[in-house]
Design a protein around this ligand. Structure first.
Ligand SMILES: *Cc1c(COP(=O)(O)O)cnc(C)c1O
Length: 454
């Protein structure tokens, strides 16, 4: 037995400390990110172009340069179901690594659906409801975003219709059950209920779908009905801003134990949980008060930051969306079927791509077995079974902590444990039975996809 660790394990805030505002980093940037462009005219898109898809309040937030945006009381009232979330010191993991580093994780798995996604699903549903919208559509891959939006729609009395990538629909039935329990209608995508889906099924009846196809179906239905809008779970600036509740709380919680981070590390799919964690710390860094290294971690199977190009590209496979300047592998790049489904997106949030280009943070790519090594070590020490996505951040945090064990540096490492893995145990089964592979991604495949940039 070891003696009890020094210092607190759980750093908790009272309900009264739920942030009252979201932080908008655009107010503090010397240069704004390049604007989205209309694919036909190549002119910046205006609010009227986006109005068929999003409510006006969210369109305004997307381009706002106000530093703080008030969180509506009705949204805070739902946040109170799980916020503030705990910040936990990983004493047991530190001991297992024999590291002098101090590792803290902000745990978003305590939300009703088990991830950070409702931090934005709830305000998105709210702003649609106050505009009189009746129904929201969206796509979902593994089902984390779909369950968050289904939950949020149930809170505000909205209908919710979700296109779930058919491969997941067939293989991961419990996320679908959860969405349906919240009252959503779930279609396997490609479906027969849209023309985009029907066309693909006609050409390939066995199609197992992709996120890009599911987006096309959800956008088609939202664009064709006055009482319906579309909701997106990552990538856009308003989504990243909603997630800043994570970092604002973490900043206050670290201050309570008189710590400042030396390294902030997060996993990136579209970039929302990572941005939500680090942007409030970036505000402090830009003001010269702290100086952490900030690091994104992506899968080697889908390395948009470390191996993609910074270029204008479509957000979806079919090419329906505006052109977004982002780090991209090409809109028709199809990543190998790794288990971290939430990290299989060809592009990166335009705001994060811009910050990466400016050198605000660095990025590394991790193969999935190293990530599951980290996930299992974390489960055995800290007890929480991480979702496959945040195991990427854990792998990089552990790598740094091991380096500290060699150099003797007592660095403070902060990461977001953005979701639990209770619906992902099939992936752990494969890992534990030795059936998980690391797939090489050839430069040729990336080059080929990049030749099709618009
Ligand atoms: C959706 C999801 C991700 C990836 O999305 P980001 O926008 O990059 O955060 C990562 N982890 C979990 C648990 C998710 O649900």
């Amino acid at each position: 037995m070891t003696s009890p660790a020094a210092g607190p394990t759980k750093i908790l805030l009272p309900e009264s400390r739920i942030p009252r505002q979201w932080y908008n980093v655009l107010a503090d940037l010397p240069t704004p990110p390049p604007p989205p462009l209309h694919p036909a005219t190549r002119e910046p898109v205006g609010p009227e172009d986006l109005a068929p898809l999003f409510p006006m309040d969210l369109i305004a937030q997307e381009v706002s340069t106000e530093r703080y945006i008030d969180i509506p009381d009705d949204v805070i009232d739902v946040y109170r179901l799980w916020r503030p979330t705990p910040l936990i010191r990983a004493h047991r993991l530190e001991r297992a690594l024999r590291t002098p580093a101090r590792i803290y994780y902000k745990y978003e798995g305590v939300s009703p659906v088990g991830s950070h996604k409702p931090n934005t699903a709830v305000p998105q549903a709210y702003y649609n409801a106050v505009q009189g919208i009746r129904r929201l559509t969206t796509e979902t891959g593994a089902g984390q975003w779909g369950s968050a939006l289904a939950f949020a729609c149930a809170q505000f009395g909205l209908d919710c219709e979700i296109w779930m990538v058919r491969a997941s629909y067939d293989q991961k039935p419990y996320r679908r059950s959860m969405m349906e329990a919240y009252g959503a209608r779930v279609h396997a995508s490609p479906s027969e209920v849209t023309s985009a889906g029907s066309k693909i099924r006609a050409a390939d009846p066995a199609s197992t779908g992709s996120l890009g196809i599911a987006i096309s179906e959800a956008v088609e239905v939202a664009g064709g009905a006055d009482d319906t809008r579309y909701a997106l779970g990552s990538g856009l600036s308003h989504v990243l801003m909603h997630q800043t509740v994570i970092g604002q709380e973490a900043l206050e919680q670290l201050a309570m134990v008189e710590e400042t981070p030396d390294l902030i590390v997060g996993c990136t799919g579209g970039g929302s949980n990572f941005a939500g964690l680090f942007l409030p710390f970036l505000r402090e860094k830009l003001a010269g008060r702290i100086d952490p290294v900030i690091r994104a971690v992506e899968p080697t199977a889908c390395p948009s930051l470390t191996r993609g190009h910074y270029a204008y590209d479509f957000g979806d496979t079919a090419g329906f969306t505006p052109l977004l300047k982002m780090h991209t592998l090409g809109h028709d790049f199809v990543p190998d079927p790794i288990h971290a489904g939430g990290l299989r997106y060809h592009g990166m949030a335009p705001l994060l791509s811009h910050l990466y280009d400016e050198g605000v943070f660095d990025a590394v790519a991790k193969p999935q077995r190293e990530c599951f090594d980290a996930g299992v070590l974390f489960a055995r020490t800290e007890g929480i079974m991480p979702a496959p996505e945040p195991t990427h951040a854990l792998a990089a945090a552990i790598e740094e902590a091991r380096r500290c064990a060699e150099t003797g540096e007592p660095k403070v490492i902060l990461t977001a444990l953005c979701g639990h893995g209770h619906f992902d145990m099939a992936a752990y089964d494969r890992y534990l039975s030795g059936q998980m592979d690391d797939l090489e991604l050839s430069q040729e495949r990336i080059d080929t996809a990049l030749t099709r940039l618009p």
